[in-house]
Design a protein around this ligand. Structure first.
Ligand code: GLN
Length: 422
């Protein structure tokens, strides 16, 4: 397996692709690292990511960008782009990624892998470098839907070290795999199919819809009017949480100046610097531009005078979005939507335009805002050979329903077997 470089690995560097953690070696394993090692997995490597998982292209890495195995001039998506590229290029059997706003599903769509974003709280986050703690989820990136079910069986469940994890008794996810969809009702949320959807992606989704129908499903149009508020709500909330989470990288507890003294083994700041200089120097040198942008945005939205107008308002809208999904998903089994409005874009294309990078997450962030599970399943290719996945969205703790639909679709579509020419 490969692990995105935010999963703590005892004795092995865990950098979160940040300069500020470039030499950080944890002395413990994340819960999921330990669970998979105990199950017999062999760790082949740590996979590249956007710094602190902030991004949609894996270009925000201190170590440089990852390339898309299907087209080396294109991004693999992000932030779990290293994980998706490694699985798609057959460098490992599976990888783990994290998904705060799309970081498992969007790279999976761009690289033709299966990527599962789980219900918030299904998988332990203990020992995983955080971005936005009330959104972060952990899940598998695999070559098949069955592999995703097998990996999920090993990582899901309660952890005493993560109080947000579920105490529910969980099913064996491989029991949901099937080959027809008789009796299933699938909703297509019209807000995901409107303006901005690339023609070729639209064509692949249209084919996917016909395939789901031919497998016996009833496909109906539904509406989620709150969708238009999702990007703004998501970015206000995650950047607020991120600015708080990043405060621990201060040069003392973690960070560049936190060097180990040879004699005492204690962490000591650079000689001759005042405490505030240590903070300033460590953070100025250690963070890349998206991390700094997060700190600025998040500090602003949390500051007195702006808290009510931004953070509190976004928190209320989040509840509205959640309620809207709850209602729709009590009327249909799952929803089907694009993962991304367009296929993999060129390296560098959106790097100087953070807003257009944020907008690239339009189809994934609503799901994280609602806290529900969703999977990207390979569905086809554009004329120039770029992969496109479809997104299957399920209700809270409804991973089983996603596995049912995704497995039947995968068997019929036969896209997962196609490999990039490398
Ligand atoms: N691109 C999104 C962001 O930067 C999502 C990232 C993620 O899911 N980790 O917030």
């Amino acid at each position: 397996m490969a692990l995105k470089d935010v999963f703590s690995t005892k004795g092995i560097k865990t950098t979160a692709a940040s300069k500020i953690l470039k030499d950080y070696i944890p002395d413990f394993d994340a819960t999921v690292t330990k669970k998979l090692m105990d199950a017999g997995c062999i760790l082949l490597g740590k996979a590249n990511t956007d710094e602190f998982t902030m991004g949609s292209s894996t270009e925000n890495s201190y170590f440089g960008p990852t390339k898309n195995p299907w087209n080396l001039e294109r991004v693999p998506g992000g932030s779990s782009g290293g994980s998706a590229a490694a699985v798609s290029a057959d460098e490992c059997v599976f990888a783990l990624g994290t998904d705060t706003g799309g970081s498992i599903r969007q790279p999976s769509s761009f690289c033709s892998t299966v990527g599962l974003k789980v219900t918030y709280g299904l998988v332990s986050r203990f020992g995983v470098v955080s971005y936005a703690s009330s959104f972060d989820t952990i899940g598998p990136i695999t070559k098949t839907v069955e592999d995703a079910a097998i990996v999920l069986n090993h990582i899901a469940g309660h952890d005493v070290d993560d109080s947000t994890t579920t105490r529910d008794k969980l099913p064996d996810y491989t029991t949901f795999l099937r080959s027809d969809l008789k009796g299933k009702k699938i909703g297509l949320p019209k807000e995901f199919f409107g303006e901005g959807l690339n023609n070729e992606v639209a064509r692949i989704l249209e084919n996917a819809k016909s395939m789901l129908e031919s497998l016996g499903a009833e496909v109906v149009d539904v509406s989620l009017p709150m969708t238009k508020y999702a990007i703004a709500t998501y970015y206000v909330l995650v950047k607020s949480e991120a600015s708080s989470n990043l405060s621990r990288y201060d040069g003392i507890r973690y960070g560049l100046s936190a060097i180990k003294s040879k004699d005492s083994g204690l962490r000591t700041p650079d000689v001759g610097l005042s405490l505030s200089d240590v903070y300033l120097q460590s953070r100025t040198e250690g963070f890349g531009s998206e991390a700094k942008r997060s700190i600025m945005m998040g500090t602003y939205t949390l500051s007195s005078g702006y808290f009510d107008a931004y953070y509190l308002k976004a928190a209320k809208v989040r509840t509205k979005i959640k309620e809207e999904y709850e209602k729709i998903l009590s009327e249909v089994d799952v929803l089907m939507a694009p993962v991304s409005p367009f296929p993999a874009f060129k390296i560098g294309e959106k790097l100087d335009d953070p807003l257009s990078m944020y907008k690239a997450d339009a189809d994934t962030v609503p799901i994280n805002t609602a806290g529900i599970p969703a999977m990207s399943v390979p569905a086809g290719f554009t004329e120039s050979g770029l992969p496109v996945g479809i997104q299957i969205i399920g209700p809270m703790m409804g991973e089983g329903k996603i596995f049912e639909v995704a497995s039947a679709f995968e068997k019929a579509a036969k896209i997962s077997d196609i490999k990039p020419k490398l």
